[in-house]
Design a protein around this ligand. Structure first.
Ligand code: 5GP
Ligand code: MN
Length: 334
């Protein structure tokens, strides 16, 4: 972290102000955990702070402290526009390009508010006045923890804040197993538990609250696995019809892609989900070791992310996307 930027942020935090805190579209545990934790601390410091999410997030996160006050831009556009227009500060967390928040990005770009990026993805865009961009850190939540430490406001980590930060670290590290986890991650987590985070309860809320339909969908996904043995890759498809048959809800397919990686020898796993009404196929890519799926996603599927976890989209039909995916995989990883 750059000392001058930390100093500037500390200065700004001295005067009570209006803040909007924005996670990326389709927010995950890290995006919601980091924004809700930041909001809670900012409120404790006397600021008026609102979390404004571009669109809804999965129900397995709806228990999070602060959830009931989140404004969803997709359904409350006018309110969101007003918040952004009147803000003194806009914090953008867990993303680094305004493309990741769709139309809300236009409003943010227009706003006169000071913009502060807090993120852990590679190749940040230059829209922010202050940038806390740390791609080597495994989650934005861990970065938020470090930021609170460096700003000397760690005492504001109450039970709620600790719960939010723990959740993001948990979900963005595959339950503490990805290479991005360090001794510092575990030290932070130990402190979060001391501050009141109930790790066992959090794991249960996230992992053990599925509807039976979600498991039915997992069964279909596993049936649909295709192995490309020549490039140590597996891909899974889910069509709109299959989603409909299982009354698909946002977040139902979370984690499915990892089953591909659990197969011995597999280095790359792909999950592709057809959203027929939106006219697109959404990709999740996962990999092991130094196999870079973020650059692959960027090259072929208008996406990005991290070395071992990335996403992207295709605007072709699922039937057309499949052969294009296989061709691209062989060209890039073959
Ligand atoms: P997931 O597969 O869980 O949706 O996403 C994995 C990672 O890729 C996340 O870190 C997320 O930020 C990133 N990601 C997912 N979808 C996209 C996308 O469409 N564009 C970009 N640039 N990154 C994405
Ligand atoms: Mn993240």
């Amino acid at each position: 972290m750059i000392e001058t930027q930390l100093h500037q942020l500390a200065q700004w935090l001295h005067t009570p102000s209006k803040m909007v805190i924005i996670p990326h579209k389709n927010p995950d545990g890290d995006a919601m955990g980091s924004t809700l934790a930041w909001q809670n601390v900012m409120q404790q410091l006397g600021h008026t702070a609102t979390v404004l999410a571009p669109n809804p997030y999965p129900t397995f996160l709806h228990w999070m402290p602060g959830h009931s006050d989140v404004v969803i831009y997709e359904s409350e556009e006018e309110k969101g526009n007003k918040l952004v227009a009147e803000a003194d500060f806009i914090f953008t967390l867990d993303f680094n390009t305004l493309k990741r928040i769709d139309d809300l990005g236009i409003r943010v770009a227009e706003s006169k508010a000071k913009k502060i990026m807090i993120d852990h993805h590679q190749e940040p865009e230059g829209y922010a006045d202050l940038m806390f961009s740390e791609p080597h850190i495994g989650s934005t939540c861990e970065l938020v923890y470090q930021l609170l430490e460096r700003l000397d406001i760690r005492k504001h980590i109450n039970k709620e804040v600790a719960t939010c930060i723990y959740t993001g670290i948990l979900t963005d590290t595959g339950s503490f197993r990805f290479p991005s986890v360090t001794a510092n991650t575990h030290k932070a987590v130990a402190h979060l538990i001391e501050c009141g985070a109930n790790h066992s309860h959090i794991h249960e809320q996230i992992k053990d609250t599925a509807r039976p339909d979600r498991l039915k969908l997992l069964g279909i996904a596993l049936q649909n696995m295709v192995f490309l043995d020549d490039i140590n890759t597996v891909y899974i498809t889910l069509s709109q019809d299959e989603l409909d048959a299982c009354h698909f809800q946002k977040g139902d397919a979370e984690g499915f892609v990892n089953y591909g990686l659990s197969v011995e020898g597999i280095k790359v796993a792909v999950l592709m989900i057809e959203y027929r009404h939106e006219g697109l196929v959404k990709f999740s890519f996962r990999s092991k070791g130094d196999v870079a799926v973020n650059t692959f996603a960027k090259t072929y599927f208008d996406g990005g992310g991290h070395l071992n976890a990335a996403g992207g989209i295709s605007k072709r039909s699922l039937a057309q996307t499949k052969p294009f995916l296989v061709e691209s995989l062989r060209a890039y990883f073959g």
